[in-house]
Design a protein around this ligand. Sequence first.
Ligand SMILES: O=c1nc2n(C[C@H](O)[C@H](O)[C@H](O)CO)c3cc(O)ccc3cc-2c(=O)[nH]1
Ligand SMILES: C[C@H]1O[C@@H](n2cnc3c(N)ncnc32)[C@H](O)[C@@H]1O
Ligand code: SF4
Length: 328
Amino acid sequence: MDEFVTFCRNVFVPVTNVCRNKCTYCTFRREPDDPQAQLMQIEEIIPILEQGKKAGCTEVLFTFGEYAEEIPQYKEWLKDIGYSSTVDYICELCKIAIDIGLLPHTNAGVLNYMELEKLKPLNSSMGLMLETTAYIAAHEGSPGKEPSRRIKTIRYAGELHIPFTTGILVGIGETLDDRINSLLSIAELHEEYGHIQEVIIQNFTPKPDTLMAKVAAPTEEEMMQVILIAREILPNDVAIQVAPNLIDPHLLIQCGANDLGGISPTTIDWINPEAEWPSVSELNEMVHEVSLKERLPIYPQYIKKGWYSDTLKDLINDLSDEEGYRKT
Ligand SMILES: O=c1nc2n(C[C@H](O)[C@H](O)[C@H](O)CO)c3cc(O)ccc3cc-2c(=O)[nH]1
Ligand SMILES: C[C@H]1O[C@@H](n2cnc3c(N)ncnc32)[C@H](O)[C@@H]1O
Ligand code: SF4
């Protein structure tokens, strides 16, 4: 067990929930004609960022449905606000966030090399869940969950020296062998490029009104097992993240989990909206004998290696202490 576990204070901005994929476990996605389908406007995003900054957050998590541009209505919405591509819009949002004093972390699904190259100087880290290397029913309607496409995106991020978050989603129809294979693929990518800062071991949580509503969530024992295996497979400089709003982290920490991800004092978890964030004092109680340490969305070793652009330099300097954690 590590002497401390880390977490990050963030704001979650669900920029668009229009998505070309149809993962059967997901309630984030909306059909384009659904009244709740959205592309958030700059004017509604700014106050969310300002409120988060005031509450002491260091990160903004920008989340998107994947390649929404494949859907004609979305293309129109984007045009209406003056952008010809999602990536151009993300760049603008990142610049605004940096001006307000938040470090961007973008998770926009599969992206190509050129798109990642544009986003790199404006993001302190980026993310894409590998989910699983297996071919499962839940992903049959999701071209972007093809394992080789996900691996390609993670590889490009490595070539570009982008500090990266990935992970596996546990309990979506994959076997124990599949979990091991997925973790081995991630370890291999990290051994080649050295860019994986954390691996999320996310427990699937069934949502009402989805095709997977009646599928059981993984048990705590299964989660403990996969974390023990992950700690064996992944190099020691890669953190293992579990989500404290989805599962009690206490025993998982004893198995090797050492990060609790982003928690937000001002926004909800838009992917798991039923699961409320614990407060920092509740987190303290949840982790028992270990201590909590606040980090930034870029891990200390990537600050030391200088894996960030000049655009982010002043903000990172301002927010971090000598060790690369959150300055207190
Ligand atoms: O609030 C959430 N944050 C999620 N995060 C955010 C994450 O906890 C933090 O942004 C990172 O640890 C960086 O600080 C993700 C980030 C990724 O790159 C990929 C997947 C996720 C998944 C979630 C999630 O389900 N809920
Ligand atoms: C951002 C990440 O959120 C995860 N995600 C999507 N739906 C669910 C769910 N029902 N339960 C847990 N995690 C989920 C996926 O792993 C996605 O990549
Ligand atoms: S999990 Fe992501 S890719 Fe899958 S349907 Fe939901 S928003 Fe789209």
